[in-house]
Design a protein around this ligand. Structure first.
Ligand code: HEC
Length: 169
């Protein structure tokens, strides 16, 4: 009786320890893998979301900001430029080229003005987007420009100024 009982017990213990070992190894391996897969998916989703959001946001933001832009405030900001730029239809050349009719105009096309190679070869039009980038930090935006101006940090200032520039036609 005792013998049988002992062997039954040892079988049970053996069985139990298999179960425990199985729990430890099999489940851990399983969990690690699951965790890894889930994490990877999340990271990928986040990356896509952020890249989409930033590019969308910039487009939406800048055009939305123009809805509330103030030409009057832009006129005041333009005083910072008037030492070097003429804003009138006379298209006078000062230190810099005249800015009448600038928005939509090709970069570097005032024939009597001696542009830097950087602007001459830029080959784009002055859109809202281009002006927004250039006026934030001219030297960073178009490497090699000879416009010496530190730039306007606030996007609202740039938007107001660009609205003023759009009115010059
Ligand atoms: C210290 C003088 C100076 C100031 C201040 C200045 N600019 Fe300029 N700007 C220049 C010069 C010089 C150029 C020609 C740059 C080149 O050829 O690389 C230029 C070029 C430009 C152009 C390109 C025009 C074209 O025909 O393609 C724009 C746009 C412009 N400036 C806008 C502005 C605005 C707006 C301000 C004020 C926020 C301003 N600048 C302030 C000197 C100045």
């Amino acid at each position: 009786m005792n013998k049988y009982f002992l062997s039954l017990m040892s079988i049970l213990i053996l069985f139990q320890s298999f179960k425990v070992l199985d729990e430890i190894f099999y489940h851990e391996a399983n969990n690690i893998q699951k965790g890894y897969v889930v994490l990877e998916e999340k990271v990928e989703e986040k990356e896509i979301e952020t890249t989409e959001k930033t590019s969308e946001n910039e487009e939406i933001d800048i055009n939305e900001l123009f809805n509330n832009a103030s030409i009057e405030k832009g006129t005041k900001i333009a005083r910072q430029c008037s030492a070097c730029h003429d804003f009138s239809p006379n298209l006078k050349i000062k230190v810099g080229p005249p800015l009448w009719g600038l928005v939509g105009r090709k970069v570097g096309v005032i024939s009597d003005f001696k542009y830097s190679e950087a602007l001459k070869n830029y080959n784009k039009n002055w859109t809202r987007q281009e002006l927004n980038g250039f006026l934030e930090n001219p030297k960073n935006y178009i490497d090699g420009t000879k416009m010496i101006y530190k730039g306007l940090n606030k996007i609202n200032d740039r938007v107001n100024l660009i609205s003023y520039l759009e009115s010059l036609k």
